[in-house]
Structure formats: structure tokens, C-alpha cells
Design a protein around this ligand. Structure first.
Ligand code: C5P
Length: 400
């Protein structure tokens, strides 16, 4: 969402990873950005301007002295229009020219002329990347305030193993989004809980629920994008941790309880999006339970209500905002409102699990936010990331 309506100047230089720029253009446009591609002459050996022109829907800039193109757009106009310049792949040569302030082609000239932030995504052979000259040039770019997404490790096109692969494209998108997002949560310590808990009754079996963790992870990701220091306490899920967050993995409700209780006093905001199991088996068998051919009874005992405890023990010395979730299958508003009060929350995000496009596992959610004053606002069905943005907008208003 951070990229919606933004103008991205995508600089493509001449390395084999230039072929990935096609997918990058697609991802940026899918995220709602306009992409103006600028290619070096060597990049055109790896991918044609036509490919990137079709994908971006914009004429691609290649030749500084193209009479027709310059009369229509002009490189200074391209430099001015950009909200962010992304160089992917950035070769050692482009990085060196940028560090030295050389402007001998379209891309390097535009980069000298733009005041937009610059995101450099190096991709090259390991030895070239490790070369002192390249490292010094990257250091120089950092002193200019440019952002760098480090290349990853792996097998490179030259068959060598090592660092030099272009960073994963979703990571480049996430960093771009972060650069373009105002740091409205800078200095805030935030804890987000997410995912299900597993309550074991023998070493291989447990009681749980289908929570995917997507909602909590989106909440953590949006907070990190707004520059909060984020602790993500996650039950077992199969999605990767959002960039820039500290991930704490837990399995059971008791583990989640112990960790959150330890971290809570330092937090400015706690959002409990985890689907914490209310009960756990009273006994954990040391070995796998044998099939005996008759019914099996498992006695369950109460788990602590983590959120209710946090509501009772809010720190005196600082303003701490507590947000809970209420997943309901009936009487949504009544049940959510009584939880809001019982757990002493600032607001509660209520969703109806019986509604399509809502709740466990989906990429979307349709929620209602109910606060202490009794205000109850129903949001339309949105992507979980958009719901997360609305939640943080609301939290930021409480800080004001
Ligand atoms: O009462 P209920 O479980 O429906 O409340 C849901 C809210 O309480 C969620 O925010 C959930 O993360 C939190 N919760 C908790 N500890 C539990 C159960 C739920 O913190 N044992």
C-alpha cells in the first residue's frame, strides 16, 4: 500500500540479473506505483527496452541524446518526477560511477539530477562485490544517504557460490515501501502476537486452531514500515517474518504468556492478534498415546488470558495502548464490547468468522473497530495489510 500512487524510477544496469527487472516492474505496478524505466546501454544486451516498456506502460529512457524522446520528456523532468530511484540490478560499474558523480549516460545523469531517495540493489560476481573498490564505493553511497539492499548468497550465474545475487524482489519492494512511508512510529516499542498456539497432550499430538498468522504478521510489518521497534511473538505458522521485526517463536499459550509478560512493561503498544488457545490438556503424556479401541477423554484446564492480565497490569509510568481481537461466530458487537471492557483495552478489532473473506487463513478481512467511547466503525472487506494500516492509523490517533 505504501507504493500506491508513487513514481518509481527504475534504473537497470548491465548484469545478468537485468532479466529480473521485468518482474520487478510488474510487482511495482501491481502495488499501484508508476514505473519509469531507465536502462544503460549494457542492460539492453540482457533485456530489451520493449519488454520493460510494455510491462511499465511508459516509454523507456535509454539515450540521452535521443532528439524525439528528449523533446517529449527530458531527463530533468524524469529526475524531478521520481519519488524514489531504485537501481536493480546495480552493477559494480554503476555503483562506482554513482560514488564518483560521473554522468556519462541517461541513468547516471538522471541520478545526479534527482533529489529523490535512491535505493541501490547490487548484483554481481562475488569477487567483484567483495573487491575493496566496490566496498568503498558502497560505503560512499551510504554517506550520501543512499539506501542499500544487500545482495544475497547463493549460486551465481558465473557458477561461483557466494554473495552477489540480487536480493529477493519482494524484499526490494518492502524496503522501497519503507523508504516512502513516513516514520510516524519512530521511537515506539511495539509487541504484536500472532498465529495459533499448540497445546500438546502427547509428543506428537496437540489441540489448536487454523490461524495462519497473516493478520498479525501484516500488523507487525506495517508497524516496522512506520519505523517502530517491533517484537513479533508468533505461534507456529508457515509464513516468513516481516523484514525489520524481531521474531520470537513460541508454541504453547503458556510459552506465549511467559514471553509476553516479560516484554510487556517496556512496550508502548501491544496488539494481541494471536488466536491463543483458551485451554490446554491437563496432562502431557511422555509417549505417544496408544489406540485402545475405546473413546478417549482428555481433560482440559484453563490457560491464562494474557490480554486480560496485561489490561490489569498496565504500567503506571507510561501510556501503553492495548488492542485486542475478537473473533466471533455470533453477537459480534455485544461480545466484542464486553471483551473490550473486561480486558481494559483501548480498542478491539472484531471479526465475524462466519462471513466470507474474513478471518482465519484469508488474505482479506472484514472487521469492526470498537473503542472505549462506544464508537463502533465497520471497515469494508480489505486486504489484511490494509486492515493493519487502519489499525495503526487508529493507534497513532490515540498517541496524539
Ligand atoms: O476472550 P477471547 O479469547 O475471545 O479474546 C480474544 C482476545 O484475547 C485476542 O486478542 C487474543 O489474542 C486474546 N487472548 C489472550 N489469551 C488467551 C485468549 C485470548 O490474550 N488465553
Amino acid at each position: 500500500m505504501a507504493l500506491k500512487g508513487k513514481s518509481i524510477l527504475l534504473g537497470v544496469s548491465g548484469g545478468i540479473a537485468a532479466y529480473k527487472s521485468a518482474e520487478l516492474v510488474r510487482l511495482f505496478t501491481k502495488a499501484g506505483a508508476t514505473v519509469q524505466v531507465v536502462m544503460t546501454a549494457n542492460a539492453r544486451q540482457f533485456i530489451t527496452p520493449l519488454t520493460l516498456q510494455v510491462l511499465s506502460g511508459q516509454p523507456v529512457c535509454t539515450n540521452l541524446f535521443d532528439l524525439e524522446f528528449e523533446s517529449q520528456i527530458g531527463h530533468i523532468q524524469v529526475a524531478r518526477a521520481a519519488h524514489l530511484a531504485v537501481l536493480a540490478p546495480a552493477t559494480a560499474n554503476l555503483i562506482a560511477k554513482l560514488a564518483a558523480g560521473i554522468a556519462d549516460d541517461y541513468l547516471t545523469t538522471v541520478l545526479l539530477a534527482t533529489t529523490a531517495p535512491v535505493l541501490v540493489c547490487p548484483a554481481m560476481n562475488t569477487k567483484m562485490y567483495e573487491n575493496l573498490a566496490t566496498q568503498k564505493n558502497l560505503e560512499t553511497l551510504r554517506t550520501y544517504g543512499h539506501h542499500i539492499v544487500e545482495p544475497s548468497e547463493g549460486t551465481l550465474a558465473c557458477k561461483e557460490e557466494g554473495t552477489g545475487r540480487l536480493a529477493e524482489l519482494p524484499e526490494i519492494l518492502e524496503v522501497a515501501g519503507r523508504i516512502l512511508t513516513p516514520a510516524t512510529l519512530k521511537g515506539k516499542q511495539v509487541l504484536v502476537s500472532s498465529g495459533p498456539t499448540w497445546e500438546r497432550f502427547d509428543p506428537v499430538r496437540f489441540i489448536s486452531n487454523p490461524s495462519s498468522g497473516k493478520m498479525g504478521y501484516a500488523i507487525a510489518q506495517v508497524a516496522a514500515r512506520r519505523s517502530a521497534k517491533v517484537h513479533l511473538v508468533s505461534g507456529p505458522v508457515s509464513i516468513p517474518a516481516p523484514r525489520g521485526t524481531t521474531l520470537h517463536r513460541v508454541t504453547s499459550a503458556m510459552e506465549m504468556h511467559d514471553l509476553i509478560t516479560r516484554l510487556a512493561p517496556q512496550m508502548d503498544v501491544i496488539v494481541m492478534a494471536a488466536a491463543v488457545s483458551d485451554y490446554r490438556p491437563a496432562q502431557m503424556l511422555p509417549q505417544k498415546a496408544k489406540k485402545v479401541g475405546s473413546d478417549l477423554t482428555i481433560t482440559l484446564q484453563n490457560n491464562p488470558d494474557i490480554l486480560a492480565q496485561l489490561g490489569r497490569s498496565k504500567p503506571q509510568a507510561k501510556q501503553q495502548i492495548l488492542v485486542g481481537f475478537a473473533a466471533e461466530t455470533e453477537n459480534l458487537i455485544e461480545n466484542a464490547t464486553s471483551k473490550l471492557k473486561a480486558k481494559n483495552l483501548d480498542f478491539i478489532v472484531a471479526n465475524n468468522l462466519t462471513q466470507s473473506g474474513s478471518g482465519f487463513g484469508c488474505d482479506t478481512n472484514q472487521v469492526r473497530i470498537i473503542d472505549r467511547s462506544g464508537d463502533s466503525t465497520e471497515l469494508p472487506c480489505l486486504l489484511k495489510e490494509e486492515v493493519a494500516e487502519r489499525i495503526w492509523d487508529r493507534i497513532e490517533r490515540l498517541f496524539q
